[in-house]
Design a protein around this ligand. Structure first.
Ligand code: FAD
Ligand code: SF4
Length: 500
């Protein structure tokens, strides 16, 4: 065990959307930041666009799988999470939505508190979109920094069918570079959602935040797994973790610690550190959206040129369930068909070969629905330890029937759109990953019901903050990344006067 002598202004644990945005902003106001990341660097080589390597072998999956019990399973099953510099953003689809004004109804801050930070996050992530078009778009002072790319044939098919049904399809605001000539441009390769971008044309955390941070003030330590935050009373003094390359535990010290390990790992880290949580909510209220993919068989090849087409969304039904549940029914989004070689690993045994054969004739729509925050959906520290001598993490998650019913509103509409486009038959697949995990350390004014205050500081502690998706009290009906980035930038303004 060794103690590093340097004392940083901030230690940030985890380099995903929240951690990298905070590292960027804090170095811009002159703070010395140590960013500790459990994963290594992305390779950006041929294997990064190989379905078997990324989706099946899990090239960048953690060697500390989380034990997960979901969907009425009787036992906990191991599931690896993405672990690399840049976090899940390296694999994300780049859809950068703002939450809608109604989504803030149960939050202690309003859309107006986030609005300018959304604009700033959109500028940094170089989002391509259209202000007009989305019928539920909240008020925006200016338009997106870049115009969307040209519509690909599969997206045009969805637009035409949706319009024929009286819906209002619009362009997904995308953090993918099709315009900025100073950076590598997207070649629409169709191994994007779920894959890293070999060309750096995806606007993720490394490209947009870490590369642009003040490099003299940012020290990045990869392959360093933080085990615990070390406290003296209600004050953090540093962290203890395992340096994988050196194969030993080390300590780092800083004036403030920001936890950004993702909604599952951040809660686990705080629980392992035995922080005092007055509310009893730490680790609870884990949300991940209630998502499903509607696959539809067409009598012709749906994407013969195998082009990227995450381009179009439909939000007409967003408020459809608000009066009943208070939650968003959500959005339907265009989504790609996974490569042929990986399909046998993801479809039921009986239809493996037929799916492989018919792959070229299928088109998908993704239905993203808000899920209810429940205290029983939670992250816990398990009783056993991993190969590093750290306690394992355990997750229990169960949807309510009302979540599934809300998602069915979108599934039904997605089927109508696909049928109108000429589709013949459907297969609906639920999503079992925690790619949209949020909510395990929700923020709020009242320390009896929330884990963090409105500056995302752990209630009762001076200098511990959580700036990833954990802070969100509800999941809303759109993808979470832009909100996570906007919130991290907002809090850096609150703490250190960072300006957009
Ligand atoms: C395939 C896929 C597609 C997606 N598509 C979209 C999309 O289109 N739009 C959208 O908005 N969102 C999308 N998402 C979700 C989005 O990527 C996440 O919401 C976002 O990255 C979460 O940011 P975060 O800061 O909460 O944490 P993460 O991005 O999860 O980052 C957490 C980081 O902490 C590190 N870490 C964990 N534990 C430790 C530890 N103990 N010590 C040190 N480091 C640690 C992890 O390795 C990771 O790098 C997608 C995700 C996936 C996987
Ligand atoms: S679609 Fe574009 S941004 Fe995505 S991986 Fe391919 S080249 Fe990169």
């Amino acid at each position: 065990m060794s103690m590093n002598s340097a004392v940083f202004d901030y230690i940030i644990v985890g380099s995903g959307m929240g951690g990298s945005a905070a590292a960027y902003a804090l170095t811009k106001v002159g703070k010395r930041v140590l960013l500790l990341e459990a994963g290594g660097m992305i390779q950006r080589d041929e294997k990064d666009w190989n379905g078997l390597e990324i989706l099946v072998k899990g090239r960048y999956k953690s060697d500390r799988p989380i034990a997960i019990k979901q969907y009425d399973q009787k036992s906990y099953q191991p599931q690896g999470q993405e672990e690399v510099l840049g976090g899940k953003t390296m694999f994300y689809g780049g859809a950068c939505f703002r939450l809608r004004e109604n989504d803030f109804a149960s939050w202690d801050l309003s859309y107006d508190d986030f609005s300018s930070w959304y604009s700033h996050a959109e500028a940094l992530l170089e989002v391509h979109g259209e202000k007009l078009g989305d019928p539920h778009m909240p008020s925006m002072q200016s338009d997106y920094p870049y115009r969307p790319s040209t519509l690909a044939a599969p997206s045009r098919r969805i637009v035409e069918a949706a319009k024929a049904l009286g819906l209002q399809p619009f362009r997904i605001p995308m953090a993918i570079n099709t315009s900025n000539q100073k950076r590598p441009l997207c070649i629409a390769c169709n191994t994007c959602d779920g894959f890293p971008c070999k060309l750096e044309a995806k606007n993720e955390a490394v490209t947009c935040f870490l590369r642009r941070a003040d490099q003299d003030l940012l020290h990045i330590e990869t392959e360093f797994i933080v085990d615990t935050i070390e406290c003296e009373g209600k004050q953090a003094v540093g962290v203890r973790g395992f340096a994988k390359r050196k194969k030993k535990f080390e300590h780092y010290r800083a004036d403030r610690v920001i936890v950004c390990a993702g909604a599952i790992d951040s809660a686990a880290l705080l629980l392992r550190s035995k922080v005092h949580d007055v509310s009893g909510q730490l680790g609870r209220n884990l949300m991940r959206h209630c998502n499903s993919v509607v696959g539809c068989l067409f009598p012709y090849q749906t994407n013969p040129t195998n082009v990227f087409h995450k381009q179009v969304a439909i939000s007409d039904l967003y408020e459809q369930d608000r009066a009943q549940s208070g939650l968003a029914a959500g959005v339907i989004q265009d989504i790609y068909m996974p490569p042929k070689e990986v399909l046998p690993y993801f479809v039921p045994f009986g239809i493996k070969n037929i799916t492989k054969l018919l792959r070229g004739y299928i088109q998908n729509l993704l239905c993203i629905t808000e899920d209810q925050a429940l205290a029983s959906n939670r992250v816990e520290v398990a009783a056993d330890k991993n190969q590093y001598g750290m306690y394992n993490t355990r997750v229990t998650h169960q949807y309510l029937q009302s979540d599934i019913a809300r998602n069915k509103i979108l599934v039904k509409a997605a089927k109508r759109i696909l049928r109108k486009a000429g589709g013949l038959g459907f297969m609906v697949r639920k999503i079992d990953s925690f790619s949209h995990a949020v909510g395990t350390a929700r923020f709020g004014q009242d320390a009896r019901t929330s884990v963090l205050d409105l500056d995302c500081r752990l209630h009762g502690y001076d200098n511990i903050f959580v700036l990833d998706g954990s802070f969100m009290p509800t999941s809303a009906g759109v993808n979470p990344s832009l909100t996570i980035a906007a919130n991290a930038l907002r809090v850096c303004h609150q703490l250190e006067g960072y300006q957009a």
